[in-house]
Every structure is written in structure tokens, then in C-alpha cells.
Write a protein that binds this ligand. Sequence first.
Ligand SMILES: Nc1nc2c(c(=O)[nH]1)N[C@H]1C(S)=C(S)[C@@H](COP(=O)(O)O)O[C@H]1N2
Ligand SMILES: [Mo]
Length: 242
Amino acid sequence: MNSEQSEEPDGRPIGRRVFLGTLGLGALGVAAAPTLQRGLEGFLGSVAGKDPTGLTGLLPNGGGFRYYSVAASVPHKTAADYRLRIDGLVDHPRTYTLDDLRAQPQTRLVKDVQCVTGWRVPGTPFEGVRLSRLLDAAGVHGTAKAIRFTCFDGTYTESLTLDQARRPDILVALRMQDKDIGHDHGGPVRLYVAPMYFYKSAKWLSGITVTDRVEPGYWEHLGYDVDAWVGKSNGRTDVPTS
Ligand SMILES: Nc1nc2c(c(=O)[nH]1)N[C@H]1C(S)=C(S)[C@@H](COP(=O)(O)O)O[C@H]1N2
Ligand SMILES: [Mo]
């Protein structure tokens, strides 16, 4: 896969034009955002030139990060109304507030971030609660095999196998670049999957459901690899990030 085309799950290539068509709604929503105002044509041009996977513009102070959202608009959440639900094949389903998550032991990791479309940001600190810790607290059933992640943008989803989810370098992240995660980067809470392409790091995380099989996420339905190891998937040879 390269920046010019993507693939459908059966491996049939689909053109950039078709792909952009599926992004129309999100594109319009973000083009209207105050910080990213520009003509629709310029916007689509930038998508075509850089990234078919939902690029919506370089952040003004993003330090090399690009803003992505597949949803036309995303509600803002604060400590007052943010909730993270853990359920599915567990003994103790639980709803965490932001303060609940802040009260857990925090892990800080500093690694490169690699997007599947090519851009890489070196040495970026992420900090938060190990996903494995939340899973242990929930009491995962013996029949469980995978995790499904959902987001309060109402659209994006991701997945991991249970073995992957238990790695120590996968966080429910509250901080990024040594700041609380702002809205544009998926705050107040996003997933951080250090060893995989950045599409695995679901922004605006709201649900962690333990399941008996992997259910491919949003971009994976459109052809991206479910096992998204940096340098060993998606036909790419990037240097691993973790
Ligand atoms: N909810 C949600 N999470 C998401 C995405 C998205 O569109 N929606 N895009 C993914 C992709 S493709 C990338 S590269 C990163 C971008 O994160 P950033 O906007 O903080 O740079 O978020 C990932 N997580
Ligand atoms: Mo991405």
C-alpha cells in the first residue's frame, strides 16, 4: 500500500478518488473548523498529496503531528463528563472517570510515532495507565481473545488481540508531549499502542470491550493490517518504534 492507493479487504486496489469519496463527510466537517480554515479544494488537494487515511491538516503547534478525524465533529469532554467503560467478557465491568484514571499508577514511555502513510515524529512522551492493569482489574474471562475499542466521536473503532493488549507498552494515555492530551490529539484520553502504526492509537477513547474474537477496526475494514507492527505490516519497512 502506498499514498496513492489503498486496498479493499480482498486485496483489490481502489483508487485515490474512490477513497476520498468515502472521506467527504469528515473532510467537510474539519474544513469548517476555525483553526483549519481553507478552501475545500485546497483541503482535498492536501489530502490527495499527503495521505488517504483521513488527513485533515497540519496542526499549528503540533510538533510534526497531523490532525486526523474520520468524524465530521467530535464533542469536547472534560473531567466533569468524560467516562471510560470497560465491559464485555469480564467479571467486573466498570466505568472510570478521568479522576479515577489519574489515581492509577502512571507509566511514561518515550518513543517515535510512525503513521502508516510515512510521517514519523521522533521521541514523543506518552503517559497513562497500562491497559494490562485495567484488564487485570476487570477480571478477563478465560474465553476472551480480543479487545474492541470505541470512541466518543461515534465512528472510529480499533482492535487488539488480548496478548497484544497485555503488552507493557500499550497505554490508556492521559498525557502526550508532557501535557494533558488536548482535544485535537484525542483528549482527554486516547489509546497509545507504541509498537504499532499510529492508526491503532484510537483518539477520544470511550469504550474497551473484551470479546471472543478480533473485530477489525475502522481503517482495517478499508484494507489496513489488523496486526499493525511498525516495519512488519502494511507492506512497509519502517524502523520499529518499540
Ligand atoms: N478516534 C480517532 N482516532 C484516530 C483517528 C481518527 O480518525 N479517529 N486516526 C488515527 C490515525 S490514522 C492517526 S495517524 C492518528 C493521528 O493522531 P493525531 O491526530 O494526534 O496526530 O490517530 C489515529 N486515531
Ligand atoms: Mo494514520
